[in-house]
Design a protein around this ligand. Structure first.
Ligand SMILES: Nc1ncnc2c1ncn2[C@@H]1O[C@H](COP(=O)(O)OP(=O)(O)OP(=O)(O)O)[C@@H](O)[C@H]1O
Ligand SMILES: [Mg+2]
Length: 431
């Protein structure tokens, strides 16, 4: 079986429960289809510290010893999974000892790892990234959505940092597109125009410059400078189709979470990135001593099956099993790029906030009586729904792309046709 989706788990800052989420999410997801969890947080190796399984080979063996990645998979021992309910789960442990070259690996190793992850024998790969925003994190994130971001109402700086990840992702894409030796330059877009665009981008990216606060203002400026050209329209479509998916850890009530995390996150994205992004709250995980204890005992919470008659599968597992039948139904529509004027006029920031509050309320009603483990089942249900209903490049990726593959993929994704030669250059001169 070939890999069908790679989903990364990231957070702007450490300690928000990213690994706790990634481990339990991957375990729950493996009930739906074969899943491999890859621990790329090579500094802390937290996955192997929270799963009590003997690791024969880890990422070290892949990176340094040239072992194929699928030979570096660890499965659960019978002790952790007595009923064999999680036989479709495996993980790649990060190296046990920190080694500089394995923490910050070379481009060559990165590309080899990306190719290996893409050919893992599983339906889903879940990638636990380290905190922060360095190249090593950005290189593994998808280019047209955020992967899954984790943050919590208890760590406001981490919420802001999660919004920064979205900004960094979108800017990385735009920079590549408008590079002086990039794909648009090859299409005879004038040097001067690329210069204008990059100068505008510099100003948007600079949070201390309020002149062009975000990409919406940037697009308005481009529109005034160049008109409603194919490139400008494609860029607007690109921003509008960018999906942000998030999970709230340490949930402590709808209003606390809304005020403490969701609203600041949405406002920050609107202010510094764009008010057009699609935001998907996948669900939350409550604060629970049980979760923490499970981590310490190295037996993740999702593996803790409630006591029942031997052989009886508990209701949560049953729900997840039912989902397995749904994987693979892929019906989705890709919105057509709108005229740029409509795009610029269609902003309603308060509506987006209100929608998020509604989502939180609806989730709350849906799970009035929850067990902690049900948080993960719920998130998997939401995720499978999105995996099936969104185009593949809007939730995770079909496969990770190396930087070389990024540009062609970007061009393909920004419109039905590639930009006509001189699509920008033919338009009005910059102001
Ligand atoms: N929902 C929760 N309830 C109780 N404790 C939690 C919860 N989520 C995480 N923790 C605890 O918080 C600590 C940090 O969690 P975790 O290691 O998953 O965070 P992280 O974001 O992966 O951190 P790092 O940046 O170090 O990789 C751990 O001790 C974990 O047991
Ligand atoms: Mg971690």
């Amino acid at each position: 079986m070939m890999l069908r989706r790679v989903v990364t788990v990231a957070s702007g800052k450490g300690g928000v429960g990213k690994s706790t989420f990634a481990v339990n999410y991957a375990l729950a997801l493996s009930r739906v289809a074969p899943t491999v969890l890859v621990d790329l947080d090579t500094g802390t190796s937290s996955v192997r510290n929270t799963i009590d399984a003997p690791v024969q080979r880890d990422l070290y063996h892949f990176l340094r010893r040239g072992e194929p990645l699928e030979r570096c998979l660890t499965t659960l021992p019978g002790r952790l999974d007595p009923r064999g309910l999680f036989s479709n789960f495996a993980f790649v442990a990060a190296p046990q000892h920190t080694m500089e070259e394995l923490i910050n690996f070379s481009d060559e190793r990165r590309d080899r790892l990306i190719r290996a992850i893409n050919t893992l024998p599983a339906t889903f790969a879940v990638v636990d990234l380290r905190a922060g925003l360095d190249a090593q994190v950005l290189d593994f994130l998808p280019h047209s959505n955020s992967g899954i971001l984790v943050f919590t109402p208890h760590h406001p700086a981490a919420t802001m940092a999660a919004a920064e990840i979205v900004k960094a992702l979108l800017f990385r894409k735009l920079r590549l597109l408008f590079a002086h030796d990039g794909p648009l330059a090859a299409r005879a877009v004038g040097r001067q125009q690329l210069g204008t665009i990059n100068a505008l981008l510099d100003r948007v990216e600079d949070s201390y410059d309020d002149g062009i606060p975000n990409l919406d203002a940037f697009l308005a400026d481009l529109f005034h400078a160049f008109g409603d050209t194919e490139v400008v329209r494609a860029l607007a479509a690109n921003v509008a189709s960018f999906c942000v998916h998030f999970v709230l850890n340490l949930f402590d009530g709808v209003h606390e979470t809304f005020d403490g995390a969701v609203a600041p996150f949405v406002r920050s994205l609107q202010r510094h990135v764009s008010a057009h992004l699609s935001l998907h709250n996948l669900g939350w995980i409550v604060t629970s001593p049980e979760i923490h204890r499970s981590n310490q005992e190295r037996r993740p919470i999702v593996l803790q099956t409630p006591t029942g008659p031997e052989g009886e599968i508990d209701p949560i597992q049953k729900q997840l099993d039912a989902l397995a039948k749904q994987v693979g139904i892929e019906v989705f529509k890709r919105p057509q790029p709108k005229p740029i004027k409509d795009f610029l006029l269609s902003i309603d920031p308060d509506r987006a906030l209100y929608d998020q509050l509604e989502v939180l309320n609806a989730m709350h009603r849906d799970k009035a009586s929850v067990q902690v483990r049900d948080n993960f089942a719920y998130i998997v249900r939401r995720a499978v729904h999105l995996l099936n209903s969104l185009p593949p490049d809007q939730f995770g990726q079909r496969r990770l792309l190396t930087p070389d593959e990024l540009l062609p993929a970007l061009l393909e994704s920004i419109g039905s046709s590639t930009p006509a030669p001189a699509a920008v250059a033919a338009a009005a001169p910059p102001p």
